[in-house]
Design a binder for this molecule. Structure first.
Ligand code: SF4
Length: 434
């Protein structure tokens, strides 16, 4: 009986609390907008939340606002408005949904989004640069580009102590110092290094626990669905990074995953096939898209989305609070590089995970709207198949635009994929018994 009570309290808590935190966050943004306060507009790959919170900016993540319009099935209204305004059908759907949101004065299905006071972005996606220029033109705000030197080649990541890394770190630190001056000017507040230490300490705790949560899905059965549950965790990891609420949420989440693993509580009745998802989810039919896999016994144990869309914070990197600015530069460099590598060079990590997570299949989902993530996926699949005998599915749709999402076509391809997985299992079973 006691166990059942504990189970009631813990299992599913991450999803419940995550949804509530997310509603609270939008509520706070709505209050800020109504009070006429303006926000820092940031992106998930290198949000600089730790630093911007020191100046009390409300944080707006336009990518999250946009994907929420798709999950809430109103993205087409926003996309149509932006296309009527003059934006092409084939650019990133997130940008168009945001343009329409700005034209509507910040009106969003979850509340009201405040106007920007400044925008801060990295070069992790080239679209970020053109997107921020739209706000610059609309509002005349300062935009800040944080240029992160990427890995020079697949597997070419450098680390602290390496002369190349140290040169890159100094380059990033110099830019962070310029960003501090800009934040002081825009906010009218003096930079407080002790407040930065506090937000960095919360971010440390969150990164450590986020890494742990992902690791718990090595368990069989897997303890969370990387596509659906993972997206909730991701939302909190971005919007509450650097806060006490965010770090507490992830502490609780580790406890939940640990508990589920100890009791072998999985995400479905029978986990037949363990899968990794590569790319950005299909938000216009999010629930149905997931069901097409889970109904056949497919369980998403991991997803590259959870790596790059958390800004690479899944590395578990922790800042040194003794030398905050230097360490912030180090962490931003390591994490944002990892986010970029997770989009462009993910085949080596996937090959390793196929073994260590006992993966049966890898699902590639390139999308029309996002060339940054999608362009190299066909080559990446080829590279993975050169080193690993794993089943792969390659399906295309979109993360925003339901006009290019064909549920029937997706279903046919997914069903055929599972037939192939079933036949592989049968062959393996015969091989094992002969
Ligand atoms: S192109 Fe892709 S990575 Fe870039 S902003 Fe759009 S969805 Fe995000």
């Amino acid at each position: 009986m006691m166990d059942a009570t504990r189970q009631d309290g813990i299992v599913g808590r991450g999803n419940r609390d995550g949804a509530q935190l997310f509603r609270d966050w939008f509520q706070d943004l709505t209050i800020a907008a109504q009070d006429g306060r303006s926000a820092a507009y940031v992106f998930v790959m290198g949000s600089m939340a730790e630093l911007l919170r020191v100046f009390d900016f409300p944080l707006v993540f336009p990518e999250i606002n946009s994907l929420q319009t798709a999950v809430r099935r109103v993205a087409h209204e926003y996309l149509n408005a932006a296309e009527d305004y003059g934006y092409s059908t084939d650019i990133c759907g997130y940008v168009k949904a945001d343009v329409a949101l700005q034209l509507r004065g910040g009106e969003h299905p979850m509340g009201q989004v405040p106007k920007p006071a400044l925008a801060v972005y990295t070069n992790a996606c080239n679209t970020y640069i053109k997107w921020a220029e739209i706000w610059e033109r609309m509002y005349g705000i300062p935009v800040f580009t944080l240029d992160i030197p990427g890995s020079r080649s697949a597997g070419g990541q450098t680390w602290p102590g390496d002369p190349q890394f140290e040169a890159d770190r100094r380059y990033v630190e110099g830019q962070i110092r310029e960003l501090i001056e800009l934040c002081e000017r825009v906010s009218g507040k003096k930079f407080d290094i002790d407040r930065l230490r506090e937000t960095m300490a919360h971010a440390n705790s969150m990164s450590r626990d986020w890494h742990q949560v992902l690791e718990w899905n090595r368990s069989t059965p897997s303890v969370f669905n990387a596509l659906t549950d993972g997206t909730i965790f991701l939302g909190v990891s971005n919007s509450f990074r650097g806060t006490e609420q965010g770090s507490q949420y992830f502490r609780n989440l580790v406890e939940e995953m640990e508990y589920k693993a100890s009791k072998a509580i999985g995400t479905q009745r029978e986990e037949k096939y363990r899968l990794i998802f590569v790319g950005v989810p299909c938000y216009p039919i999010f629930r149905r898209f997931n069901e097409m896999f889970t109904e056949a016994g497919g369980a998403f144990v991991s997803s590259t989305y959870l790596w790059f869309a958390s800004g690479g914070t899944d590395t578990g990197f922790e800042y040194s609070l003794e030398r905050p600015l230097e360490s912030l530069a180090e962490g931003v460099l390591i994490n944002v590089r990892h986010a970029m590598d997770s989009m462009f060079f993910q085949d080596r990590v996937l090959a390793e995970m196929v073994q260590s997570y006992r993966v049966d299949g890898v699902v590639y989902h390139p999308i029309k709207s996002c060339r940054t993530v999608s362009s190299g996926l066909a080559d990446n699949r080829r590279a993975l198949l050169e080193t690993t005998d794993v089943a792969c599915l390659f399906i295309e749709s979109d993360m925003m635009d339901k006009r290019v999402v064909s549920e029937a076509q997706l279903k046919n391809r997914i069903d055929a994929f599972f037939e192939g997985l079933a036949s592989r299992k049968r062959v393996a079973a015969v091989g094992a018994s002969s």
